[in-house]
Every structure is written in C-alpha cells, then in structure tokens.
Design a protein around this ligand. Sequence first.
Ligand code: AMP
Length: 218
Amino acid sequence: MEDMNLIFLGPPGAGKGTQAKLVADKCGIPQISTGDILRQAVKDVTPLGKEAQGYMERGDLVPDQVVIGIIEERLQQPDSQAGYILDGFPRTEVQANALAETLEQAGSAIDHVVNIEVGDDELIRRLAGRRTCKDCQEPYHVTFSPPNVQGVCDKCGGEIIQRKDDQEETVRTRLKVYREQTAPLIAYYEKRGLLRNVAGTGDIEEIFHSILGVVEGR
Ligand code: AMP
C-alpha cells in the first residue's frame, strides 16, 4: 500500500487513537494525532502548549488556525510523504477546507475518511474508564484493557493517569463539541465520496480488520 492518506473521524472514545496506531504500524505510515502533539506541547510548556492548555482542559477545541498550522508543518516532514493517518484532525469545516486546499496545492489528496461509529452510552462508559500513560500516552482502560501492573505502563514503565479531559464534566463538553462542530464533517466527506463507515463496537482486533478491509478496498 503506497501513498495512503487517511483521516480517522469519530467521537471522543470511538477508538480513533487505538485503531490509527494499529493501522499506521501495519501500513508503515505515521499516525499524526493533533491531540498527542498538543498534549506534548502542554507537557513541555512551549508557547503552543501554553496557548492550548486552557481549551483542552475545558474540553473545547483549540482555535482552528493553531491546529491548521501544526498540521501544515507536520505534513511537510519527510516521513509524511509516503502516506499518513490524520487522527483527530480535521475537527471543523474550517479545518477540513484548509486541509483540502493545502493538499490540492501539493498535488495530493485524501484517499479515505474512516468514520468509526459508536453509540453515546458506550462512549461515556469507555471514556470514564480511560487511562493514559503520562509519559508515552499509551491508552488503557480500567476494565477492558488494564495494564499488567496497576498504575504502571506496560510499554515504558511510566505512571498511568486519568487525563483531565477524561473527567466526567469535560467528557460531556467534548461530546457536545463533537456533535456541534465535528459531526457535520460526516456529511461533508460523504458528499465528496470519501466516507467509509466502520462499526466501532466489538473487539479491537475485529474493528482493526474491518478498517483494513475498507482501506485496502476489500
Ligand atoms: P484528542 O486526543 O484527539 O481527543 O484531543 C484532545 C484535545 O486536544 C481536544 O479536546 C481539543 O481540545 C484538542 N484538539 C485536538 N485536535 C484538535 C483539532 N483538530 N482541533 C481543535 N482542537 C483539537
């Protein structure tokens, strides 16, 4: 599979990050997560991090121009030239239009928008139990995928925490923001013939195979 340019769309808790990582590894392309880039910037207390922190802690979106800038820079890196997965971007129509314009200028295009579908009750259940490694951001879940040793990351030995934006109040805001600002992108990409719906319930391996089937055109 060459030059596979993918977008992973879906509400918070749909499993975008988990699946994007699996597909990226399988296809040998980078997973570009605006959420991960922003969290790293917050952790490093960079100017970007300082600007983004308040929005993220409230569960609001970081301003479009900020994330568009991040993505434009990231897509110019050498490892993005043979394909990539955008995980968590675009999240608004303004971002989607900016991306389309950038790609058009570069003579490139998106191949598939994988829309991972999960119902609201399931999302809340998943998000409330979600935990993350403070150091390498590896995702865990208290019930569905706990680490071998409680509180310690299997991958890097780092401390496992609950992200501030996974706390209940913020989760509600994030779902509302998703519905109002991001869900309209489903129709946006459907209109452009790029939307591929995948059921996001079931086990991780099963969902992974459905996604591979879609992006490999099986
Ligand atoms: P995520 O890990 O993708 O859920 O992102 C965590 C937080 O980062 C979001 O709740 C937003 O505050 C911010 N963020 C990530 N991606 C974007 C984006 N494309 N546009 C605006 N804000 C974003």
